[in-house]
Design a protein around this ligand. Sequence first.
Ligand code: PGA
Length: 249
Amino acid sequence: MKPIIAANWKMNFTIDESLNLIDEIIKKSPSNEAELIFFPNYISLRSVQQKLFDSAYKVGSQNVHHDESGAFTGEVSASMLSVLNLDYVIIGHSERRQYFYESDDQVNQKIKRALSVNIKPVVCIGETIDQRKSGKTIEVLTRQLNKAFEEIESFNANMILVAYEPVWAIGTGVSADKNQVLEAHALIKQTLASIFSENIPILYGGSVNASNAFELINLNNVDGFLIGGASLKSESFCQIIENVLVENN
Ligand code: PGA
C-alpha cells in the first residue's frame, strides 16, 4: 500500500493561496508513490477539487454536518459535499471535539452521512494530556473507536481511515515518541480488527515534520500521516514526502 500523506490546512489560505500552494507542491513533488490528500477550507474546496480533477491527488473536506439538511446556520451537509466529487472528509478532529463540542455520537452520525454519499471518512481519535497522565489512554481510544463505528456495516471497511492524533501533540512541536505511537497504533489495530474484518489504514498526526517523518513512517501499523503545520509550506510538506518515500523504497 502507498503511504498516505494528508495535508490538513485548517483555517488557512484564500482560494488563490490554496491554488498557489498546490502548484508549488506539484512542481516539487510530482511523485505518485504516495497517496497525497489535500484538505482545504470550504471556500477553497471547489477550486482545489477542479484543479486536481482527474489527477492522482485526492481532495477532502475538513468537516461535515451530522444532519442531512435543515436549520443549521453556517453548516455544510454530506450531500452538498458529494456533488464536488470529494474523496475524503476529516471527522472528529480534536479541534472540532474541543472547540465545537463534538461528541462521539455526532462523530458516529457524521461517519454515516459521509459513507451514505461515498465519501471516505478519516476518523480522528486521540487522548488529551490529562487523560494520558491519568492512565486513561487505552480507555479513551477504545471508547472513541467503538462509539465512532457503532452500527456501521462491515462492508464499509474499505472506505474508512483512522488517524491517531494525541491532542497534546497537535501543533505543539512535540510529537508522540516511537513507543507511544507503536503502543497506540497496535491498540487501534486490535480494536478495529474486533469491529471490521478488513484492514483499515491508520495515520499518525501530531507535530509530524521533516525530521521525525523518517522514523515514524517505519513503525509498525503506521500507514501515513495527517499533517497540520508542516503542510502549510511546500518546502516542509515536500520534504516530509521525500523522507517518507526514501524509507519506503
Ligand atoms: P500538526 O496538526 O501537524 O500541526 O500538529 C495535525 C492535525 O491537527 O491534524
